[in-house]
Design a binder for this molecule. Structure first.
Ligand SMILES: Cc1cc2nc3c(=O)[nH]c(=O)nc-3n(C[C@H](O)[C@H](O)[C@H](O)COP(=O)(O)OP(=O)(O)OC[C@H]3O[C@@H](n4cnc5c(N)ncnc54)[C@H](O)[C@@H]3O)c2cc1C
Length: 373
């Protein structure tokens, strides 16, 4: 078989692009096979947080993995800028999760306690603050804000520009990006894999399935699995305002361009033909109660996006025992984890093997254990 590439990455969203960029930097000959810009992509619809607090209830390793990526993000932003000239506007001033009322504050504190009581929990230095302490850092909060949690490791970025920077970087590194190449089938061959796409066949020694929720269909073709349970989020964007919000919140952030993004809803329905606008109304109402001044701004855009979500919410990083050289990578929080994907995971894939501790925590085999239990 003719092997055109060392690695074929299926999917050119943030996860696939970060991995492909890391692989190409490692000297691998890379092709990215993607449906293209008109495809439904979580990477074009997200809230752009690089977020640590709240991550990992039920899997302490995910906390540590998230902290590691947050710590590596500054390096990633610097590397992208040095290579492509694009500033992805990464900032890590710390972030808030605000509570409207005492009951929400108590629930928040309780949740964080459970998170940090887990064996092996990472130190995130998260603190629960009362209203007065929050107000010193966030002047302009509404009277209903009872307090909130603050984590110094939280930050945000311009995620669309990050996606653009990865793609520009890939091009500069000589990797091939092939939009319009939907992968229909993967055939393990004697040395490598043949990928059947809508525009012909591509051969590669290794493959990485990073096709978001489509991993569910593709992974079994190479002896892997990727159980997914997508959900939908809605986001509102206001007109630009003078800088007033110097820390991102889990539900509100001011972008580098001055607009305010409001979000973080979650609906189980993923029906693309209808949208429940009452959910966006609740998001807007809560944002206005947190910062009354937001009530004076016009909403100029709204959208919804389908989250790439595994069935337990934690990432899947796996390699095929039956077909060595085949990998599957899928997760929510692909913005937050981009630094790990580009700087930590890609070099492992380039070497042809994931580290045992990573597979031990994040293999999809954990779903078999859950089934037996
Ligand atoms: C509303 C919302 C808010 C979010 N907020 C945040 C946040 O604040 N912080 C954060 O870290 N994360 C956030 N996320 C999550 C983040 O956006 C995703 O984790 C990330 O974008 C996933 O990237 P991906 O490349 O796996 O998936 P996608 O962006 O969905 O890309 C998958 C790609 O695979 C391609 N593909 C699919 N099937 C095939 C095939 N058969 N052949 C070839 N190509 C194929 C598609 O064309 C697509 O380009 C949010 C997501 C949403 C929806």
């Amino acid at each position: 078989m003719r092997r055109d590439y060392d690695v074929a990455v299926v999917g050119g969203g943030l996860v696939g692009a970060a991995l492909a960029w890391g692989l190409a930097r490692d000297g691998q000959r890379v092709v990215v096979l993607d449906e293209g810009d008109m495809a439904s992509r979580a990477s074009r619809a997200n809230f752009a947080l690089v977020w640590v607090q709240s991550k990992g209830l039920g899997m302490a390793q995910y906390m540590g993995w998230t902290v590691r990526s947050s710590d590596a993000w500054r390096q990633l932003a610097q590397d992208l800028r040095a290579q492509t000239g694009l500033d992805v506007c990464f900032e890590r001033p710390g972030g808030f999760h605000l509570a409207l009322g005492e009951a929400e504050l108590a629930a928040r504190a309780q949740r964080l306690k459970r998170l940090h009581n887990q064996p092996g929990a990472a130190d995130t230095s998260v603190e629960v603050l009362d209203r007065a302490a929050v107000e010193r850092m966030l002047p302009g909060i509404g009277p209903e804000v009872a307090g909130g949690s603050f984590c110094p490791l939280d930050g945000h970025v311009n995620s669309l520009r990050t996606l653009h920077a990865f793609h520009k970087g890939l091009h500069l590194l000589g990797a091939d990006y092939r939009p319009g190449h939907t992968v229909h089938d993967v055939v393990p061959a004697q040395a490598g894999f043949r990928l059947m796409t809508s525009r012909g066949e591509v051969g590669a020694e290794k493959i990485v399935l990073a096709a978001g929720n489509a991993n569910m269909r593709l992974a079994p073709l190479v002896g892997l699995k990727s159980p997914m349970q997508p959900n939908r989020g809605q986001i509102l964007v206001t007109e630009r305002a003078a800088p007033f919000l110097h820390y991102p919140l889990v539900t509100i952030r001011q972008t580098d361009e001055g607009t305010i993004m409001i979000g973080d809803s979650r609906e189980e329905t993923t029906d693309e033909t209808m949208l429940d606008l009452s959910i966006a109304a609740v998001e807007a109402d809560r944002a206005r109660r947190m910062f009354p001044a937001l009530g004076k701004l016009n909403v100029v855009r709204t959208w919804s996006g389908i989250r790439v979500m595994t069935q337990d919410g934690f990432p899947i990083y796996d390699q095929s025992e039956r077909y060595p050289g085949a990998f599957v990578v899928g997760c929510h929080s692909g913005v937050t984890l981009a630094a790990n994907h580009a700087l930590v995971l890609a070099p492992m894939i380039a070497r042809g093997r994931l580290n045992a501790d990573l597979v031990g925590a994040f293999s999809a085999r954990r779903f078999d254990v859950a089934k037996v239990a």
